[in-house]
Design a protein around this ligand. Structure first.
Ligand code: FBP
Length: 552
């Protein structure tokens, strides 16, 4: 395999561990803290997790390692969307496991959680691991979105573990995967399998965070990657002075990615879905808000700009959600066949007009035809509209163009508006991890093994104090049940890790809110440039603006 000079150089990078893990395995001791309670619905969660609920928070310290000597055979799984640093979690896990006992083994279950059920795995050795150190991607073993959640799957998992003598499973995933890790841990404990389960917090979306988990890994690198390109686009916009760039960024429902990119690059506009929902903004109001910036900038001779649109924003517009719900209903079951049989768009349009309520039809009618058709063509296997596929960057630029045409007709606007569209998502999920993610992930994996070695199960590997240098980071573990509450999902009450959305009273949003009016009218762009892997720590090891503001 041909490798790039950077990849070769990154093999040599030594990830930084938290100070208390640096003196070698023999000098890591454990300190137990308080017993924990779930963030809400304590009685219900306790009843569902009788064997793993209420355990103590733990931290590691320098001191004599008192863990029981035992051969460990650990299985690791990558779950869900890629996030930079996943390889380093596995490298850290492997290094701690081998440093503890060279006979310990690490199994990698392939292509996500299904690998455990299908008993599809590889066993890591030094040569294999060394090819993936400090690299992006999840190709070391592959990832997948199969959920481990049924009793049948758990029983098969227990058999697979028994067959290989597996003592622990590490699940590297987001909120859903770690919820399932907690359920699996409970099953293994209830059935006396002797298999422990540890989770590691992953997702570029940044929505797996709470008072214990400061940041999910991958968010730092992905947002730096998008910010680099957004900064480049800003500079291009400011050079050519003729385009408005509408840039959609990934992040599923939450707007953490969009907000972080805005804090890094100071664009003219950044929509925050959580604010759209809180203020119950309509599509028309959002379009007016952007058009105001276009108009004010045009009045100063600046017919260019940059707008960041979070991936999930349309779901947060109340009238749009109502429209989607009606469309799902309108095309439920056999009605979809009647609709599909109509030969022309004009006939389909009439069918829609007759099927929707007046309010929803009004919303439908202001959408550009391309988006209207997308709503009826792109359906998921259950027949529902796939909201994530809606090209909201094009939707908003079209709505803004309509607003500006009206203002032109009214004689209040005389500028030019040439929009261009971009979507940044997959570009950032497999970048070489920043030093922060390389260090954080390696530490999460190393720490996960220490949790295993000390006999813990149902815990999330926890590294905190992250806005300080790595030497001051704190390593430990938190019972996953502590992060859970009961939520209604698919018509059922389920114990889940609470998803973190952008907090409108949090410091990152407040900072953005205090500055955005100026950014909307003037050109205040910041050009972050490429991730720096070598050089002074204040350039190379800095984490996100979001985390820095949160910990101010
Ligand atoms: P995870 O929640 O699994 O980390 O994935 C996040 C994400 O990258 C979202 O930002 C995006 O909406 C989604 O995955 C895309 O999924 P897919 O890779 O299946 O297209």
């Amino acid at each position: 395999m041909k490798i790039s000079p950077l990849q070769k150089a990154r093999y040599e990078y030594s990830p930084k561990l938290p100070g208390m893990l640096r003196n070698g395995i023999s000098e890591i001791c454990v300190k137990e803290g308080e017993e924990t309670q779930s963030v809400a619905d304590q009685e219900a969660i306790k009843a569902l997790f009788p064997n793993t609920y209420g355990k103590k928070e733990i931290t590691f310290e320098r001191g004599e390692n008192t863990s029981a000597p035992k051969k460990q055979v650990v299985g690791v799984i990558l779950s869900g969307g890629q996030a930079p640093g996943g390889h380093n979690v596995i490298c850290g896990l492997y290094d701690a496991l081998k440093a503890t006992n060279p006979d310990n083994e690490l199994f990698g279950f392939k292509n996500g959680p299904s690998g455990l059920i299908d008993d599809d795995y590889l066993v890591f050795d030094d040569k294999y691991i060394d090819e993936y150190r400090n690299t992006g991607g999840f190709d070391i073993i592959g990832s997948g979105r199969t959920k481990l959640e049924t009793q049948e799957q758990f029983a098969i998992a227990a058999d697979v573990c028994k067959k290989h003598g597996i003592t622990a499973i590490v699940i590297i995933g987001g909120d859903d995967s770690n919820t399932n890790a907690a359920v699996l841990a409970e099953y293994f404990a209830a059935n006396n399998t002797g298999v422990q389960v540890i989770g590691c917090p992953k997702t570029i979306d940044g929505d797996l965070k709470n008072e214990d988990i400061e940041i999910s890994f991958g968010f730092d690198t992905a947002t730096k990657t998008y910010s680099e390109v957004i900064g480049n686009i800003e500079r291009d916009a400011n050079s050519a002075k003729k385009y408005w760039h509408f840039i959609k960024v990934m992040g599923r429902s939450a707007s953490h990615v969009a907000l972080e990119c805005a804090l890094e690059t100071q664009p003219n506009i950044c929509l925050i879905s959580e604010e759209v929902a809180a203020k119950k903004m309509s599509l028309s109001q959002i379009a007016d808000y952007i058009a105001d910036s276009v108009e004010k900038r045009a009045a100063k001779g600046m017919n260019f700009g940059v707008a960041i649109i979070p991936e999930g924003v349309v779901e947060f517009v109340p009238e749009f959600s109502a429209l989607i719900a009606e469309i799902n209903e309108l095309l439920a079951g056999a009605k979809a066949d009647a609709f599909n049989a109509l030969p022309t768009w004009a006939e389909k349009y009439e069918f829609i007009k007759n099927g929707l309520t007046k309010e929803s039809f009004e919303v439908f009618d202001i959408l550009p035809q391309g988006i209207q058709q997308q709503l009826f063509l792109e359906r998921d296997p259950h027949g529902n509209v796939q909201v994530s596929l809606i090209e909201s960057e094009k939707l908003f630029s079209a709505l803004v163009a309509d607003k500006l045409a009206q203002r032109k007709a009214a004689g209040t606007y005389t500028g030019k508006f040439n929009p261009l569209h971009h979507f940044f998502g997959y570009e950032g999920r497999c970048a070489f991890p920043s030093n922060f993610d390389a260090d954080y992930c390696y530490s999460l994996g190393y720490n996960a093994f220490m949790l295993i070695q000390y006999g813990y199960t149902g815990y999330l590997s926890k590294i905190s104090n992250l806005s300080n240098p790595a030497s001051e980071w704190v390593a430990g573990g938190m019972p996953i049940t502590k992060m859970m509450n009961i939520e209604r999902r698919h018509g059922e009450d389920k114990p889940v890790i609470k998803k973190a959305l952008v907090e409108l009273d949090g410091k990152p949003f407040k900072f953005f809110e205090a500055n955005r009016d100026q950014w909307a009218e003037e050109t205040c762009y910041v050009y972050p440039g490429a991730i720096q892997y070598y050089g002074p720590a204040e350039v190379c090891d800095l984490t996100t603006r979001t985390l820095a503001l949160e910990q101010e």
